[in-house]
Design a protein around this ligand. Structure first.
Ligand SMILES: Cc1cc2nc3c(=O)[nH]c(=O)nc-3n(C[C@H](O)[C@H](O)[C@H](O)COP(=O)(O)OP(=O)(O)OC[C@H]3O[C@@H](n4cnc5c(N)ncnc54)[C@H](O)[C@@H]3O)c2cc1C
Length: 337
């Protein structure tokens, strides 16, 4: 195992902040992961598993070992008349994997095109976009349970998926994922009902889109709406859409008739966090090195030299102003260290 010391995490996270990790290693195999964990246990230091760092914010130096996930490989394990079963290394690039499936004609994850990150991180917050969540295509997840030191395979239901949530988010750092097993569909019903997708396909005069048409449309939409982390540091949506009771929703709707929200159960509504933030006047606001993106107020951007702490403090100001104006608590989607 090669361990580097005092490594800047600037190039390893999409926020591009110059925080330092005391130790850093890459792991290309399950054995290497076991070795890295026993090294940390021996030294009694913390560890943190990192994919491409597109959903994390380091706000201070990390006094432990960063374990960069590099287990790769896409293997077909089974095929039936209707489905294909794949076992995929946690270090595979997510969009590369989506493109591979689209090209093969296997459906289920095409709406998740161009989400940055690794396959192994996809179950952590149950990545989602354009009406689809990855849980719909995950059969099981293989991980090292660091509490018992055993390898386990958790079924889809054991993963306890929810909106930007899962067992892995609830029990932070316990399960270190090395492989995700997917079920994809051969005859797939495309999900094109999202407004901007419909509009773009119509504009392109595509009446019966293929998987590739849909994936390309989503890539085009995302590229036009979201900042490219290679040019402007960010971690996508910084906040989750908050849930409120029906009573709270009705009160808010009376006070703010333009409020954007949708029911998720008989007595719960989800509010559009972007609308709340925008209506507190944050869209496009810049304070020093940090700002609220001018095309999408859910995204906080690093104009180049921001520290993680500056970004965190900016997000706290947003949370406080939403609380003051709407009495709604915003929760961060990004993992904070
Ligand atoms: C421009 C942009 C757009 C985005 N759009 C979306 C979107 O539409 N939908 C969406 O859901 N997300 C979106 N995201 C967030 C992000 O892409 C996803 O959360 C992605 O899954 C993170 O992958 P990663 O490899 O970068 O994970 P990291 O940021 O490296 O890690 C995220 C968390 O997962 C844990 N983790 C990572 N790998 C493993 C593993 N193998 N085992 C155990 N834990 C692990 C880490 O410890 C950390 O807690 C966006 C981000 C950006 C920058």
């Amino acid at each position: 195992m090669t361990v580097q010391e005092n490594i800047s995490l600037k190039q390893y996270t999409t926020f591009g902040c110059n925080e330092i990790s005391r130790y850093f290693t890459s792991i290309p195999s399950q054995d290497a992961l076991v070795e890295a964990i026993s090294w940390c246990k021996e030294k009694q230091i913390p560890y943190f598993i990192l994919g491409t760092g597109s959903n994390v914010l380091f706000t201070k130096p990390f006094e432990g070992l960063i374990i960069k996930m590099e287990v790769v490989g896409i293997k077909k394990t089974n095929e039936t008349a209707t489905n294909v079963f794949l076992s995929v290394g946690a270090g595979e690039n997510w969009h590369h994997f989506v493109s591979y499936c689209v090209q093969k004609g296997w459906g289920g994850i095409e709406n998740l095109s161009l989400i940055p990150g690794t396959v192994g991180a996809s179950p952590i917050q149950n990545i989602g976009a354009y009406g689809v969540e990855v849980e719909e295509s995950i059969e099981s997840v293989t991980a090292l349970d660091t509490q018992t030191n055993q390898w386990i395979t958790l079924s889809n239901s054991q993963c306890a998926f929810g909106y930007r949530n899962s067992l892995f988010k609830k029990e932070k750092n316990r399960y270190l994922i090395t492989t995700v097993q997917f079920i994809l569909k051969k005859q797939h019903q495309l999900r094109t009902d999202y407004g901007s997708i419909k509009e773009l396909l119509h504009e392109k005069n595509i009446k019966n889109p293929s998987l590739a048409d849909l994936s390309n449309a989503i890539v085009q939409i995302r590229t036009s709406k979201l900042p490219n982390p290679a040019k402007l540091g960010n971690a996508g949506s910084f906040f989750k859409n908050p849930s409120v009771s029906k009573t709270n929703f009705e009160k808010l709707k009376t006070d703010f008739p333009e409020l954007i929200a949708y029911p998720i159960s008989d007595d719960t509504y989800k509010l559009a966090a972007g609308w709340l933030i925008e209506n507190c006047g944050w869209k496009g606001v810049r304070k020093g090195n940090v700002g609220c993106y001018d095309k999408q107020s859910l995204v906080i951007v690093n104009y180049g030299q921001a520290t993680g702490k500056e970004i965190y403090d900016f997000s706290e100001e947003i949370i406080q102003s939403v609380l003051t104006k709407f009495n709604v608590v915003l929760e961060r989607e990004v993992t904070i260290l």
